[in-house]
Design a protein. Structure first.
Length: 325
């Protein structure tokens, strides 16, 4: 026997207009409705009012779902900060600074982890593991995105390594994937596990802007210096646009802070498992050569790691804004 929700007459719904650049999450929050509870209902009652990508149209009238009295956001102050233990004690309190990414969903994947440390480098007697530095920058990026109102899923996770302000990050093997899944030793199984987690979560946010960001550190000959570069899946115009937006943002920042440096990062297509099989548009980022002394400064200097996260955040905000034009 199928139980259906009782139908409601149109006049029972409150009518509101969308503002310029506003997404469904933003509109719901503006009217004190929890997006996670009312997004699907909003889609249902407004299915003939949205554009094909489930985006709002400026000036168009929409119906608001009806909420129970205890189901609303009583005060804006309640969502101005939050505690996220995954970032570590020093950084767990996150202040929500803006709503520039409200309605956007990001999947952040730090490459490798668990039994696979990824690329290995050496510096002043220290062993440098790719997965540790990729994870630290991933956490910094995730924290930035949350500050801007985004929904963020951190796929690769470490139970005790939050954001670390050390130059040399200790290598360990206790990372897990989403839902505390042990990371397999087999490389294909490991990649499939990450993709499956992303795709399952993606289905919960159909109609929203969703992007996957995967962060790695390359390994090349000692004398081969490289700048941050980006891959996208062949044929993905949105993936290419995402990469180009991120690259331009980083180039502009280097020109601003180091005008004589030059920036030789690239955006190119590549057939990679996680790009091919993930549902959201994705970018695969290589931060530099773990064997090159100058590239290592991008990793071991804490302010540089934060700068990378900050610049990637700016690029993702720009990509989100471009998607709504």
């Amino acid at each position: 026997m199928c139980l259906e929700r009782p139908s409601l007459k149109a006049q029972e719904y409150q009518k509101v207009q969308a503002e310029a650049g506003e997404g469904i999450y933003g509109l719901l929050r503006r009217h004190n409705l929890k997006p996670e509870d009312h997004y699907n209902a909003f889609l249902e009652i407004n299915k003939n009012r949205l554009n094909p990508d489930h985006q709002l149209i400026k000036g168009k009238t929409y119906l608001l779902p009806i909420a129970a009295a205890n189901d609303t956001l009583a005060k804006v102050e309640e969502i101005q900060s939050g505690v996220y233990p995954i970032f570590g004690k020093k950084h767990e309190l996150v202040e929500f600074k803006d709503n520039k990414l409200q309605g956007a969903v990001f999947y952040i994947i730090a490459g490798h982890g668990g039994p696979d440390p990824g690329a290995i480098g050496k510096k002043d007697g220290h062993t440098l593991c790719e997965d540790e530095y990729a994870y630290d920058i991933s956490l910094r990026l995730s924290r930035n995105l949350i500050e801007q109102g985004a929904t963020v899923y951190i796929i690769t996770r470490d139970p005790n390594d939050g954001i670390r302000d050390d130059a040399y990050l200790k290598c360990d093997k206790d990372e897990v994937n989403w839902n505390n899944q042990a990371i397999p030793l087999n490389s294909v199984e490991r990649l499939k596990q990450k993709v499956d987690a992303v795709n399952t979560l993606y289905d919960k946010h159909v109609g929203q802007y969703q992007r996957k960001v995967e962060i790695h550190v390359d390994s090349r000959y000692v004398n081969q210096k490289v700048d941050i570069f980006f891959y996208y899946h062949p044929g993905s115009s949105k993936g290419k646009q995402l990469g180009e937006t991120l690259l331009k943002t980083i180039r502009d920042k280097y020109n601003e802070h180091q005008p004589n440096r030059g920036y030789k990062g690239t955006v190119s297509e590549r057939k990679l498992y996680t790009l091919k099989n993930s549902k959201p548009v994705g970018t695969y980022i290589e931060l530099g050569n773990i064997n090159h002394p100058r590239d290592l400064e991008r990793l071991i200097i804490v302010s540089n790691r934060q700068a990378i996260a900050n610049w990637l955040t700016l690029g993702l905000i720009k990509d989100f804004e471009n998607s709504r034009k």
